[in-house]
Design a protein around this ligand. Structure first.
Ligand code: HEM
Length: 181
């Protein structure tokens, strides 16, 4: 419940108050909106609503050459985070589930280089816009569950970690879990 209150205060009030101030300030300084409107009409036009892609495009601005490959200006570019992390030498045996790889021998101190090179939210200006929120959710969900329960496979069954190949995302196969107090 306290987390819901945190999210409500931190996420709702902050944004709505900022937007309320923005509306009032723009109403008082009309020339600012005129400049904004001109730019919006140039970039977006009137036939569609603005999208995140209007803020930062995913294309190269100039002709570039990377390792002998010519990439002309205007090429659509997207980082392949899975490839990058699977081939980064700081991750020994990258496909093995080994969360302790992130800790020094003392079992407490984080290995900064590994943390910094873990990129589930990608990198750069088009990285995940919800990273902060996602990190909070991913922290609170499992910690509060594990605080009270042991998460186990159903009696006599094994957990199947092969992804569901039919899905667009690599979704887990639906299966039951047992929560033990
Ligand atoms: C475990 C949770 C999440 C993961 C692993 C994740 C990962 C990612 C990744 C890899 C991208 C693409 C970045 C790129 O192409 O360079 C992305 C984009 C995005 N994510 Fe997330 N995300 C998560 C949760 C969220 C949440 C909770 C929100 C919103 C509340 C969110 C909003 C967005 C948006 C709006 C974009 C597009 C950003 C852009 O195109 O500029 N994500 N996310």
């Amino acid at each position: 419940m306290s987390s819901c209150v945190d999210f409500l205060i931190a996420g709702q009030d902050t944004t709505s108050t900022t937007l309320r101030w923005a509306m009032l300030i723009m109403a008082k300084h009309v020339y600012v909106q005129e400049n904004m409107r001109q730019e919006i009409l140039e970039v977006v036009g009137t036939e569609r609503l603005p999208t995140v892609a209007d803020q930062v495009k995913r294309v190269t601005l100039n002709d570039v050459q990377i390792r002998g490959h010519k990439i002309p200006a205007g090429t659509w570019v997207n980082g392949d985070v899975r490839y990058i992390m699977s081939n980064d030498p700081v991750f020994v045996k990258p496909k093995e589930f080994k969360p302790e790889r992130y800790l020094h021998e003392d079992g407490v101190t984080l290995k900064r280089d590994l943390v910094e090179r873990t990129l589930p939210f990608s990198l750069g200006k088009r990285a995940c816009a919800g990273e902060g929120l996602a990190r909070v959710e991913i922290f609170l969900g499992p910690t509060s569950t594990i605080q009270h329960y042991r998460i186990l496979p159903p009696e006599g069954m094994e957990i199947d970690l092969e992804p569901n190949v039919a899905a667009t995302f690599r979704n887990p196969k639906p299966q039951n879990l047992r929560l033990e107090k």
